[in-house]
Design a binder for this molecule. Sequence first.
Ligand SMILES: [Zn+2]
Length: 69
Amino acid sequence: MGRMKELFIQIKEQEEAQEIIEQASVFDSGILCPNCQKTNLIEYSAEDLYCEVCGYDFIRIEGNHIRFK
Ligand SMILES: [Zn+2]
């Protein structure tokens, strides 16, 4: 019984880790905030980006080019 529970917890943790990775790849635009340069911008959608640290909103123009909203 103990062994089964251990295994179950392991699988559960792996699923959670996978979810975190998937969410991170959706929200992290990979673009460094041009205002504070402390963190990558969070991506709401293909065009809307946001900095968690300084709170500025940005718009993606094309590729990795962005401008202040
Ligand atoms: Zn910032």
